[in-house]
Design a protein around this ligand. Structure first.
Ligand code: XMP
Length: 515
């Protein structure tokens, strides 16, 4: 597992910003992996990490049974940065005292910095930081000094630089801490002495070689949904083993306008991939006929996908290795899952596919990458921007953007309307600024008037949200002129849609998709 590049480990104590910490480290050009805090010292050592970060977490170090690390970690000679809960843990483990703060701090807080602190050389003396804590370090462990303070938190940062131990009570990883990136970089470059020369190009090279070594001379099968992840995963394997890879692209007929053709064109023509496109629209639509419940739609689409895939793969003889487009957040969430979160929607579209069709081995080329890194990798490999920067699109496709039953007619209306909406957003230069945007064909019909005629047609909803994590989202304040253009064009050009509404709910309480 120890690769040729420098690695930092992020130990996960369950805080909500933890994945962001790992992303920030990688953005600083340092490869990092996230492990649950329960990882053994032996496992930690096997990575030969050049630095370790303890994340925040919801627990209090004062409670019994609270998450711990083996205190021998502090004596490994590897620099450690404790964040929030991680700071309190470090303080307690090394003989300091953690107490309930006189006042809980939550939100942006003014911070006075000691610029002689190793993490703060580049930070302005008076700044702001994002805090979220009820407890804090009351007494520092021997050998530590305080390097930052807020009005209610005298030890907002501490360090024992002789032993490579650093900690901050605030969250340097979030955007609300304007100087946070500098703090993280100082830890990586100064405290850990890292070069920060990890990049997507060298990662791709290394990962492709690893795939080649793993696959050997065996034949490989990939199930492509048409989406970004499975496409980039397939291309990585193609670069590694060429035509030993066969891709089955199950076109369920629920893709956006021209999407299936574009995917086929790029991967077959540009990359000369061994791609079989299965036109399964009729099968999917007949199984979806009359189905209105969102979860039933998802289940049917997932099942049918597997069935079509199974039938097609049987025709190909023995293929021993299977490509899966798992990305890093799935890995982290399954490993560090605390359980108990209520299931709102079942997002795992084709879970269990390789087991069901009895594969011996799988390759997961994106297993270590965050979503935005998958896109960067895709660009690095030469996938055109219009493919790699496509909007996030759910596996069940337009079926969950048509409220009520799904028909070919409704799909065509929605495809046209959605294409106009996306085109206008791109024209306005907003396509990368908005987290996600799409049109929804509501099941509602209402009265309108076109020319002198009464109409009784569909209501289309436009959705646009700003978000970074898709767990929470705010509705995007799109310019009214843009909305007016989109509305006019859709009503005039699509037909059967006579009313357009704009969704002004955030998540929560709404979700991003309507189903
Ligand atoms: P919600 O609607 O839960 O969406 O706020 C959060 C993100 O997940 C996407 N989404 C899905 N993705 N299969 C997927 O692959 C699904 O069934 C599914 N449902 C929602 C949604 O587009 C948004 O990006």
């Amino acid at each position: 597992m120890a690769a040729s590049h420098e690695t930092v480990l992020v130990l996960d104590f369950g805080g909500q910003y933890n994945q962001l910490i790992a992303r920030r480290v990688r953005e600083a050009g340092v490869y990092c992996e996230m492990l649950p805090y329960t990882a053994s010292l032996e496992r930690i050592r096997s990575f030969d990490p050049k630095g370790i970060v303890f994340t925040g977490g919801p627990a209090s170090v004062l409670d019994p049974g609270t998450p711990q690390v083996d205190p021998a970690i502090y004596a490994l000679g590897i620099p450690v940065l404790g964040i929030c809960y991680g700071m309190q843990l470090m303080a307690r483990d090394l003989g300091g005292e953690v107490v309930r703060a006189p006042q809980r701090e939550y939100g942006r807080v003014a911070l006075s910095i000691d610029r002689t602190g190793r993490l703060f050389g580049d930070v302005v003396a008076e700044t702001e930081a994002w805090m979220s804590h009820t407890y804090h370090v009351g007494r520092l462990p021997t050998g530590f000094r305080s390097t930052a303070a807020s009005a209610n938190c005298p030890n907002a940062a501490m360090e024992d630089s002789a032993h490579g131990l650093y900690a901050v009570q605030f969250h340097p990883e979030v955007l609300h801490t304007p100087e946070g990136t500098k703090v993280l970089r100082a830890f990586l470059y100064d405290a850990c002495g890292l070069a920060g020369d990890w990049n997507m190009g060298s990662y791709a090279q290394e990962a492709i070689e690893a795939i080649r070594a793993k696959v050997g001379s065996r034949r490989v099968l990939c199930a492509m949904s048409g989406g970004v992840d499975s496409s980039v995963a397939a291309l990585m394997v193609h670069k590694a083993v060429g035509r030993q890879l066969v891709c089955i692209f199950v076109d369920h007929g629920l893709l956006r306008k021209d999407e299936g053709d574009q995917v086929e064109e790029v991967f077959r023509k540009q990359f000369d991939m061994n791609l079989i496109r299965v036109d399964a629209e009729a099968r999917f639509l007949s199984r979806l006929a009359g189905v209105t419940d969102p979860e039933t739609k998802r289940k049917i689409i997932g099942e049918e996908f597997i069935r079509v895939f199974e039938e097609e793969s049987k025709k190909l003889g023995t293929l021993e290795v299977f490509v899966q487009g798992t990305i890093y957040p799935d890995v982290i969430e399954s490993g560090a899952s605390q359980g108990g979160a209520a299931k709102i929607k079942s997002h795992h579209n084709v879970g269990g596919l390789p087991e069901k069709i009895g594969f011996h081995d799988i390759v997961e080329p994106l297993r270590m990458l965050f979503k935005d890194e998958v896109r960067r990798l895709g660009e690095e490999l030469g996938i055109p921007a219009h493919i790699v920067w496509r909007q996030p699109f759910p596996g069940p496709g337009l079926a969950v953007r048509i409220i009520g039953d799904v028909t070919r007619e409704k799909l065509d209306l929605l495809r046209e309307a959605d294409a106009i909406y996306r085109e206008e957003i791109a024209k306005a230069g907003l396509d990368r600024a908005i987290g996600q945007y799409f049109a929804v064909l509501t099941g509602m019909r209402s009265v309108g008037v076109m020319g002198d005629e009464r109409t009784y047609d569909y209501t289309l909803a436009l959705r646009a949200v700003t978000t970074t994590d898709f767990m929470t989202a705010d509705w995007a304040r799109l310019p009214h002129d843009l909305l007016a253009t989109v509305s006019n064009r859709i009503v005039n050009e699509v037909g059967r849609i006579n009313r357009i509404v704009y969704d002004i709910t955030s998540k929560p309480p709404a979700t991003i998709e309507w189903e």
